[in-house]
Design a protein. Sequence first.
Length: 303
Amino acid sequence: MSAQATDVTPATGAPPPRSTRAAALRRRLPGSLAWHLGSLAILAVILYPVLWVIGGSFKESGDIVGSLDLFPGDPITDNYTSLADGIADISISTFFVNSLFLAVGSVIGIVVSCSLTAYAFAKIRFAGRNLLFTLMIGTLLLPYHVLLIPQYVLFRNLDMINTYTPLLLGKYLATEAFFVFLMVQFMRNLPRELDEAARLDGCGHLRIYWSIVLPLCRPALITSAIFTFINSWNDFMGPLIYLNEPGKYTISLGLKMFVDQEGLANYGGMIAMSLVALLPVLAFFLAFQRYLIDGMATSGLKG
């Protein structure tokens, strides 16, 4: 509407002269040019580390540190082909399988436990609900390192060190308060008339949760799944503390093995493995990105 209004003169209703439009374009040209140049400059700064990593994966390890060239003049592929030989007699696929096991297990635990907890807070009235919800949100203020030593002592006394249990148990007990809060806010936007109609048909809480709430909360569930998968795949501190055997290492710990005990690092192989390790995360995100956008753009109901 505004564009049409500027193209028509108020007196006669006819389009403005071509010279007037050209003058308006000339006045807007410097600002538009500065905006695009600034955007390109910011984009170059953001993409520079990515291009540096891609170029470094085709360089010799000795040419990576201190080199100012983004891409080598004589690229090599040895950094990628050497990954087939593994690290310290351990296949690269072992690290990927371990990381995938933890990531998928974490996603299942978060989606199931956090959605059940969120349903209780959002749909069921019980004594102390608001207090418990406030205490749960308060756990977000606790730094991870504050709980690190008590949790380690607990799992050590339970003889669970060097297992995946400490890394997965909390995911199945709804300890991730952020995802519970996300789902609670999403479920509170659902009309209560749907619950009342289901109760009139004889549905209990489990049936309402499974047949009505979960399908409508799919964007929130997939949003939580995406962030959980990425966080678990990239987690370094947890596996470093609880895993001792190299055969149980994840991708993040596998990258650490490129540095030997003398401090010498195979930077080329490390960078190549880092890029390969990004592929599952990128594929997972691309597969579910439209649901992530739906979760941000809708309130859970489609018209």
